[in-house]
Every structure is written in structure tokens, then in C-alpha cells.
Design a binder for this molecule. Structure first.
Ligand code: ADP
Ligand code: MG
Length: 256
């Protein structure tokens, strides 16, 4: 398990500042939601936490460890994307097994040539199959393991993407608008499922959305983001009842 410390993160793409002086401490096991309108920098911040993007300034720690410069696979985080990012030519089982197979592969690469020690496992194919099957069952997709993503509904694909993150047993889940491709009814149902997952696993979730009601119903705390800055970080009720400034109030749609 691991909390996250984000310290004075800056990010520019060329001359354009996208994140400005973003600092935030996320507690171990917390469900923290980054909420803000499209283009405010949510995905960029999440990608920096995942190691998929490098910040221009500032520092990130996950658990006790400063992870600046640490590659994504070594960060003990798993990311679920809006687009699900499943491999269309692979079955559900193969998609879900991929992170475990990669991890096993890396244990065969402890070569001095690489100049570093890769984390690996000695998991057998049977071990991996067992883990994938157990995870798939827990998400209600055990019967879909032989299908390909093209043969699944949106909700099923979303569960596969979550399952692929789960098999890694990460200390931190990073979710970037995972429900935005679903229809309204399923979106509400999946909120409850993701919350249930959080309660069951008890690990840290950083969840990104532009949807206020999602943020308000799911989160321990909400971080309101606008134009690359965090304006307020507080429990949902407090953001409603006591917005820090006019910009938060306007975005949330409550009077102040
Ligand atoms: P959000 O997820 O809140 O919609 P993003 O983090 O995706 O916002 O983007 C924030 C801003 O950074 C946007 O103006 C976007 O156009 C810009 N941006 C994101 N990624 C890149 C990139 N790779 N190159 C240049 N600009 C980018
Ligand atoms: Mg985004």
C-alpha cells in the first residue's frame, strides 16, 4: 500500500504551461478524485504519476520512494484509460495476462548488459492463468475469457481493463475517465462497482473525471482543478457547502 506526495509539479508543452505548482498529499488507501473541465490538465497529472509523462519541475513520491525518473513498470501503479487500450487481436484472458507475462519475462533479463536489476517473478503459466481467472470471476467476466475485445460490450471492455490493472496487484490505481465511454445507466452502475473494488482492495485510487456527480458520489476527497492549478482539495460535501473561491463555486454550480 502507498500514499502519494506530489510536490510543486510544473509541466509545460513547449511554451505552454499546463500544470502550475501542483502540490497534493494523497493518503494511503484514499479515493482521491481530480475533477475539472476538459483541458485543465487532469490526464497530464495522472500520466506524470504513472511515469508516462515527465514533469518539467517538482517531484512525486509513491509510498516512501521518490519515483522521478522511475519507469512506469517499476512504480507499483496500474492505470486504466478512458479508451481501455485493450489489444484487439488478443483474447480477454491474454489481455489480462499480459502484465503478468511481461513481469515474468523481465525476470529472465537480469543481464549485466541492461545495467539494472529488473523486478521479476517466477510465476508459471498455470499460476498466471489461475490469477487471471480468479480476477475475471471477481469482476463478473469469468465467462468472457476466450472472447476478443471486439466481441464485448462497452461495460464488459471496461471490466477487462480494470481486471488487467488488478492482476498486477498495484499499490495505486490510476483511472482516467474510465466510465466516459459508457451509457448513462451503466456509468452509474459502474461507479458502485469501482467503489466496491476500492473498499475490497483498500489501496489508493486516483480517479480522474470531468463529471461532478461521479466525483461527489465516489470520493473521499475531491481535488478541483482549473487551468492547470488545484483550487481546492476537500471532501465532497465541503466543496459543495464551502467552495474556496468563485471559480470553484462556478464550476460546481453552487452559490458563493
Ligand atoms: P484533461 O485531461 O484535463 O482534459 P490534459 O491533461 O489532457 O487535460 O491536457 C491539458 C492541456 O495540455 C491541454 O491544453 C492539452 O491540449 C495540452 N496537452 C496535453 N498533452 C499534450 C502534448 N503531448 N503536447 C502538447 N500539448 C498537450
Ligand atoms: Mg483527460
Amino acid at each position: 500500500m502507498a500514499g502519494i506526495t506530489i510536490e510543486k509539479i510544473e509541466k509545460t508543452f513547449g511554451p505552454t504551461p499546463v500544470l502550475r505548482d501542483v502540490s497534493l498529499k494523497i493518503a494511503d488507501g484514499e479515493f482521491l478524485t481530480l475533477l475539472g473541465p476538459s483541458g485543465c490538465g487532469k490526464s497530464t497529472l495522472l500520466r506524470i504519476l504513472a511515469g508516462l509523462e515527465v514533469q518539467t519541475g517538482g517531484s512525486v513520491s509513491i509510498g516512501e520512494r521518490i519515483v522521478d525518473g522511475v519507469r512506469p513498470k517499476r512504480r507499483d501503479v496500474a492505470m486504466v484509460f478512458q479508451s481501455y487500450a485493450l489489444y484487439p487481436h488478443m483474447t480477454v484472458a491474454q489481455n489480462m495476462a499480459l502484465p503478468l507475462r511481461m513481469r515474468r519475462l523481465s525476470s529472465w533479463q537480469r543481464l549485466p548488459l541492461l545495467g539494472r536489476f529488473m523486478p521479476g517473478t517466477t510465476a508459471t503459466t498455470a499460476d498466471i492463468e489461475r490469477d487471471v481467472t480468479r480476477t475475471a470471476k471477481s469482476l463478473g467476466i469469468g465467462h468472457l475469457l476466450a472472447r476478443k475485445p471486439g466481441q464485448l460490450s462497452g461495460g464488459q471492455r471496461q471490466r477487462v481493463a480494470v481486471g488487467r490493472a488488478m492482476v498486477r496487484e498495484p499499490a495505486v490505481f490510476l483511472m482516467d475517465e474510465p466510465l466516459s465511454n459508457l451509457d448513462a445507466k451503466l456509468r452509474v452502475q459502474m461507479r458502485a462497482e469501482i467503489k466496491e473494488l476500492h473498499n475490497r482492495l483498500g489501496v489508493t485510487f486516483v480517479y480522474v473525471t470531468h463529471d461532478q456527480s461521479e466525483a461527489m458520489t465516489m470520493s473521499d476527497r475531491v481535488a478541483v482543478m482549473l487551468d492547470g492549478e488545484l483550487l481546492q482539495v476537500a471532501p465532497p460535501q465541503e466543496i459543495y457547502d464551502d467552495p474556496d473561491d468563485r471559480r470553484v463555486a462556478e464550476f460546481i454550480g453552487s452559490p458563493k
